[in-house]
Design a protein around this ligand. Structure first.
Ligand SMILES: [Zn+2]
Length: 266
């Protein structure tokens, strides 16, 4: 069953050549090059999201993980293991050992940061273009949702850019309203003029483009404002973007075209 329609992008923020998306929907049916699974150190996937991901996708993932732990021992908090994806809509499944909340007394916040960081690093080293995270450590690991969202968003936002020539999309995926809202709240700190769901680029170039667009008589219903972004030289400079970025394997250098704006369509 294709349930792509059930994934709703609630917010987009662009940092360098990489976009961070907040998506409301089911991670187990989400399409990305890699999906991050909230794992425990034994990789036994008995509870929560891990159980949903692994059990839905047959025994191969479970066997691969069990073999790995048998040979290498259990993983520490914050460590990751990359497995094949079973039948998930991704190329790799990244099992990140999610720390449990201990009132902040056991370095668990640093461990969560580590888990996010290691997941991004693994995806980048594999040359993958997109990664999708759950609210790692929320739910059964009991992190307060605001703490969890803040660590995930800040770790992603600080890491992407220069470190991620391959990764161009990082999705934060959850079904629950309060988790999606917490991600959006944290992401708002990284919004700059001319991006995001309530994008209202205010430069003269944008206003001109917008007037032209209106003059075409296209109905508002087809517009999706969260994908609006202005690439005029002023907005481009305001986002501190580089003029070139490197992407692909083997790496190629691309110029970011400046001097246009995007009005998002549904
Ligand atoms: Zn502009």
């Amino acid at each position: 069953m294709d349930s792509e329609m059930s994934h709703v992008t609630k917010d987009v923020v662009r940092i360098g050549a990489t976009e961070i998306l907040v998506v409301q929907g089911d991670l187990t049916t989400y399409r990305a090059d890699c999906i991050v699974n909230a794992a425990n150190g034994e990789l036994n996937h008995r509870y929560g999201l891990a159980a949903a991901i692994v059990n839905a996708e047959g025994v191969e993932i479970a066997e691969e993980c069990t073999d790995y732990v048998r040979q290498h021992g259990r993983l520490y908090r914050g460590q990751v293991y990359v497995s094949e994806p079973g039948n998930l809509h991704c190329k790799k499944l990244i099992h990140a050992v999610a720390p449990r909340w201990r009132e902040g007394s056991m370095q668990e916040e640093n461990c969560l940061r580590e888990a996010i960081h290691e997941s991004l690093l693994a995806a980048e080293q594999l040359g993958l273009a997109s990664i999708a995270f759950p609210a790692l450590s929320a739910g059964i690991c009991k992190f307060p949702i605001e703490v969890c969202a803040k660590i995930i968003v800040t770790t992603v936002a600080e890491y992407i850019g220069d470190n991620t020539p391959h990764l161009h999309t990082v999705s934060l995926v959850n079904t629950a309203d309060d988790v999606v809202d917490a991600f959006r709240e944290q992401l708002s700190a990284y919004k700059v003029q001319g991006s995001g769901i309530n994008a209202k680029p205010e430069c003269d170039y944008w206003k001109l483009c917008h007037r032209f667009f209106k003059a075409l008589g296209i109905k508002d219903v087809v517009v999706d404002n969260k994908f609006n972004i202005c690439y005029c030289s002023t907005c481009h400079a305001a986002r501190k973007e580089k003029d070139y970025y490197t992407r692909g394997n083997p790496p190629k250098t691309y110029g970011i075209p400046v001097g246009w704006s995007r009005i998002g369509l549904q």
